[in-house]
Design a protein around this ligand. Sequence first.
Ligand code: SF4
Ligand code: SF4
Length: 449
Amino acid sequence: MTYAKKRYFTYALITIITLALPFIRIDGNHFFLLSFDHKKLNILFTSFDMQELYLMPFLLVIFFLSIFFMTTLGGRVWCGWSCPQTIFRVIFRDLLQTKIFKIRGNIKDKQRPSKNYPVRKALSVAIFALIAFVAASNLLWYFVPPEDFFAYLQNPAEHKLLFGIVTGFALFLIFDVCFLAENFCIYVCPYARIQSTMFDHDTIQVIYDERRGGRVFDGAAKLGKKPVAGECIGCEACVAVCPTHIDIRRGMQLECINCLECSDACAAVMGKKGEPSLISWTSAHSLDTGKKVQYFRFRTIAYMVIILAFAIALGLMSTKKENMLLNINRNTELYHIVADGEKIRVQNAYTFLIQNTDNKAHSYTFSLSEPRIEFVRPKNEIKLEAGAKRKIVVILETKERLIEENMHDTPMDITITAVASDEPERVRVERHTRFVYPKMSEIEKAMKK
Ligand code: SF4
Ligand code: SF4
């Protein structure tokens, strides 16, 4: 099978996954969703609150390390096999312009200028514009879930910003894919510039086998169309097919997007002579020594270990996720003493901010680590719908003489546990705070009043 066919299959798979993922929900959660509207973050079908955004750096570190790892191992494999720019260019240039509208002669010759068919050109851009709008919407579905997006679509006038972003992104895609073309890869894309720093002798690249094919270039200078000695017949099929208009026989170049079309082209030419392609997808070290590509080496193993460590840390933090939020703040008044003759009660007041970060409604109850202190408020369960939050005033009280201290008030460490009554094991949080007990002189003062 040619590399082109393998790439098309990969593109189809990536497209289907990218389109389908936002529609898949498990327990109401998406694979990835960063919703500013609902202040919600979904990662791997688990829901997190915006206050749990501290997980994002882990994701970003894993993302960037994976890019470094992938580049060290496979060079520009992303560019040729997964980059949306390349996928869209194949759809626009090879499918729409060449195969359907015949504006270009042949996908094997990308150097020839396209024919002057203004109507067909306009039609190809119009069809791509539809694809661009779907792609822009697809990107937005990772920030505005499809269930909301299609509801908003019924009333676009109320969601001008959202549809402005979709339109802006779609217009950029149309300009980029239909007019900027591979110039984006050559002049704009920052990844193309930094990746060569991550290459080593074992990185897989698209390489012309100069020892078999013969020398065609001396540095930048071309010695001739074909080498003086070598198997290369100088047909330049590899040059004609190249979308970035380079000659891979000159060696690795920044413009090469790793599409391997040149390798396929040479395979067809050399295949007639019963020989393999002069352009292969291998490492320089493997080509020099004839040994297998060394995938496991210090750099790649180090990347794998670090990525795994971050993934485990992220997994552990995700499993420790709390399904409710509870912030406890003490009120400014230290305590309140209620005296009834010899009997006294000491009260402390707090403000609880509770949020239900789960996907369903829950009723919450509270308990205390200190049995001599009890709740005066709230008396009943606090019910919250999914995602809802509420502030409540909480009064704790003791009727007991907890501490007999003459000189100063005594703060006692207490633990407050909140649980959802329907799922006390799963939805449960503990918070530490203080209960301040007054000094004896204050109690006596209150009793005398
Ligand atoms: S396609 Fe192969 S044989 Fe033809 S010019 Fe390129 S490297 Fe030489
Ligand atoms: S040299 Fe051109 S055709 Fe060959 S892999 Fe690079 S970009 Fe593709």
